[in-house]
Design a protein around this ligand. Structure first.
Ligand code: SF4
Ligand code: SF4
Length: 527
């Protein structure tokens, strides 16, 4: 329970008493958060809205189309460009194939995504939230459906407030039906990233797909419908941690959607009358156009708020108003705190209130040259350059590692127990678990041989004769070949102490080889 202190303080002879009322009491409990008020954002139009349409089109196209892009990897590998092949533990991304032991590439990509998000947030604020976040994109998509069926803000509000009728029922059924269909398509597209898309689609339609596929579709349908259609702004405000984290990343050089009250205040709906009375008048005509388009239901004129996803729709709305009034656009604009503070200082001078005459030419009515306009120079600074440099370095490092990685790999594990076996003829044998990885989509003929262990012979546990020379081995495409290898050294050639040597796998056709150092162990009494 919390109490609210008051400035009013009363003293009694016995104890200090406070004039205060419990915020939470048995008879009046505060809800976890304020009851939700429905938001009916009006359709906005302008440059940022157009840009958002474009981003929405591109991101949705990428999401839905990517699993259907084919990529020829030959007859032995899947021909899907992007595939998370869980069964075979592979991740395919166009020409890149990531094996489980190369998970550091995925980790590297996640690190790059994180730094990229830092870079974007520190320079252009919550651009991710406002334009590319899946929640934003799908809410926009759901709003398109809602507007198409129920109309724009006023029509939707009227329908919502009105009694149930056949028309309302029909519209609601149609809207929720299409929302659910979008949810199904969203979940459906997701599963295609984990299996051959055409095959899985056929299996899903004919009810032959595995249960997990249907469960995933059902889960994603439910989350898409709930988050995008029902919860909308509540997800950003109450569920997403990003608004809290981004507060730590923004600084005075970051771009944020800003109401420029240094030119907007004092606001009035009756400018002519106020001017006639000799009162100072700012550019804001208090039309609330910026509020009705806001998908988060906030008023940007109240200043920076956690709820603001910087979608910039209020900029479009206000620019439209300013254009119609014959005033300069940008009363609401992307601006840095630095530039805002500078303009605020200019507008206030040594006084304590905004004086519109200080930022506006009295003859032309235009903003004076001393007003600082935010441009790209305002956001370029060492911090963003360091983020960019780190991002580029990690990217180059990963590309270099990818370009230099060998398509042939070898792992060797010496037996721990027993370390060696003494044979009846006095020879000593060591056992090794060998894994040869052919990381290409073609079969490969390689040979296995030893270096640095004179007198040794090789054999495999699953048969074949012992030989001192290289043993030919056939590798299947894109597979790991596990081998149980025995190395035997006769009595006469037995070393007096454990000997380091190398196991080599070589592709004679290409000259490519890989080798691993191991040890040949001998009994104590032979040393
Ligand atoms: S205040 Fe403006 S930028 Fe922020 S969420 Fe609302 S419309 Fe988008
Ligand atoms: S749209 Fe512009 S003029 Fe209208 S209330 Fe918002 S800030 Fe003021």
């Amino acid at each position: 329970m919390t109490t609210q202190n008051s400035d009013t303080l009363a003293d009694t002879p016995d104890a200090q008493t406070y004039d205060v009322e419990a915020v939470n009491s048995a008879t009046r409990r505060q809800p976890l958060y304020a009851p939700r008020k429905k938001i009916f954002p009006r359709r906005a139009s302008g440059q940022f809205r157009r840009f958002k349409w474009l981003v929405m089109l591109v991101t949705l196209t990428i999401y839905y189309v990517t699993p259907w892009i084919r990529w020829d990897r030959g007859p032995f590998a899947p021909d899907q460009a992007v595939l998370v092949d869980l069964a075979n533990k592979r991740f395919y991304f166009f020409f890149i194939e990531i094996w489980p032991q190369e998970f550091y590439y995925v980790a590297g990509m996640l690190v790059m995504a994180g730094i990229g998000l830092f870079l974007v947030t520190s320079t252009v604020g919550r651009a991710w939230c406002g334009y590319a976040c899946p929640q934003t994109v799908w809410v926009d998509l759901y709003l398109v459906v809602e507007r198409a069926i129920e109309g724009d803000r006023n029509a939707r509000m009227k329908l919502d407030a009105g009694p149930w009728s056949a028309n309302k029922l029909m519209k609601r059924v149609a809207k929720h039906g299409i929302w659910l269909l979008i949810g199904v398509l969203t979940g459906g597209a997701w599963i295609f990233y984990f299996a051959d898309a055409p095959t899985l689609l056929h299996d899903v339609v004919t009810l032959h797909a595995p249960f997990v596929a249907y469960a995933t579709i059902a889960l994603l349908t439910a989350t898409t419908y709930t988050f995008g259609g029902l919860l909308r702004e509540q997800v950003c405000t109450y569920m997403c941690p990003w608004p809290r984290i981004q507060g730590a990343m923004l600084d005075e050089h970051s771009l944020t959607v800003t109401y420029n009250d240094w030119r907007g205040e004092p606001r009035t709906r009756h400018a002519k009358k106020a001017i006639a009375e000799g009162k100072p008048v700012g550019d804001c005509v208090d039309c609330n156009a910026c509020v009705v388009v806001c998908p988060m239901g906030i008023d940007i004129r109240d200043g920076q708020q956690l709820e603001c996803i910087t979608c910039a729709l209020c900029i479009d709305a206000c620019d439209d108003v300013m254009t119609r009034l014959g005033k300069e656009r940008g009363l609401i604009s992307y601006a840095t705190l630095n530039d805002y503070n500078r303009n605020m200082a200019l507008a206030m001078g040594t006084g304590k209130v905004i004086q519109p005459s200080r930022v506006r030419d009295q003859l032309t009515g235009r903003l004076v040259d001393a007003v600082k306009r935010t441009d790209w120079r305002s956001i370029v600074r060492p911090r963003s350059l360091v983020y960019l440099l780190v991002l580029v370095l990690i990217g180059l490092g990963m590309l270099t590692a990818l370009a230099l990685r060998s398509p042939l790999s070898l792992n060797v594990l010496h037996d721990r127990n027993p370390l060696y076996v003494e044979l009846r003829d006095g020879a000593v044998r060591n056992g090794y678990d060998v894994k040869v990885l052919n990381m290409t989509p073609q079969p490969r003929q390689v040979v296995l041989r030893l270096e640095g262990l004179p007198g040794a012979t090789l054999s495999f546990a699953d048969g074949g004769s012992e030989t001192a020379g290289p043993i030919p081995v056939t590798l299947e495409p894109d597979k790991v070949l596990p081998l149980r290898l025995y190395i035997r050294v006769g009595h006469e050639a037995l070393p007096s102490s454990p000997v380091p040597f190398r196991i080599v796998v070589e592709d004679p056709a290409t000259g490519l080889d890989r080798s691993v150092e191991s040890t040949f162990e001998v009994p104590e009494q032979r040393r």
